[in-house]
Design a binder for this molecule. Structure first.
Ligand SMILES: CC(C)(COP(=O)(O)OP(=O)(O)OC[C@H]1O[C@@H](n2cnc3c(N)ncnc32)[C@H](O)[C@@H]1OP(=O)(O)O)[C@@H](O)C(=O)NCCC(=O)NCCS
Length: 185
């Protein structure tokens, strides 16, 4: 297994994994192309011995203004809470193929990005997906020293309807899942 930066040739495999892990249509080719040769967005993938893509993480370094533009709900709350921070690193998505889970792949992706990034990690933030009553990424984040700060119900409700993507738990839009927000300073 090895971790490498996201390349154009990985995009279709990321979409295939995302369609299963998150829901069909959630990640698109146009969205993922923006991670190639970007100074603000970064993506890393885990490849198996046979070069099959088995995991990925997508991140972005944002000013508070750009962060606020990307937040789907409760912008004002975030503007107040994150006041004073110049740079927020947002963990957008992380997923590991179900056949390869619980082998430390997500943990390694998280550590890899931290070792590789040249961005000042003043504040890292993650909107973790709550699947029914379970938050798959939560244990890893807490183990890593992240702090839970807020839960937002129906976080993707409007976004899933307007962009018309499925949720692997709710099915066709709207997605009624919640997000739990974690930060690490
Ligand atoms: C959340 C997700 C990315 C975690 O990926 P993962 O690679 O299984 O995560 P890790 O292996 O690093 O850690 C998970 C567990 O495996 C354990 N583990 C780590 N290395 C291990 C190893 N070598 N052998 C056995 N278990 C190991 C970890 O301790 C952890 O166990 P715990 O839950 O008891 O603490 C994955 O479940 C997933 O893709 N879920 C669907 C999409 C999703 O929800 N993404 C998050 C959105 S915010």
């Amino acid at each position: 297994m090895r971790i490498t930066s996201l390349k154009k040739s990985h995009i279709q495999e990321i979409i295939d994994l995302s369609d299963t892990a998150f829901g069909q249509g959630y990640l698109t080719i146009d969205y993922l192309k923006k991670y190639i040769n970007s100074s603000k967005k970064s993506g890393f993938v885990t490849l198996s011995e046979s070069n099959k893509l088995i995991g990925f993480i997508l991140l972005e370094s944002l000013s508070i203004k750009n962060f606020s533009n990307q937040v789907l709900e409760e912008k004002e709350w975030f503007n107040t809470y994150f006041q004073g921070y110049k740079n927020i690193t947002l963990i957008h998505q992380i997923a590991v193929n179900s056949s390869f889970q619980k082998q430390g792949i997500a943990t390694n992706l998280l550590n890899h990005f931290r070792n590789q990034t040249t961005v000042n990690l003043e504040l890292i933030c993650c909107f973790a997906w709550v699947k029914e009553n379970f938050t798959p990424f939560k244990k890893i984040l807490l183990k890593d020293g992240f702090l839970f700060i807020k839960k937002i119900n129906n976080y993707w409700l409007k976004d899933s309807s307007s962009k018309k993507y499925n949720c692997s738990y709710c099915g066709a839009p709207p997605c009624k899942c919640s997000a739990e927000i974690f930060i690490k300073k």
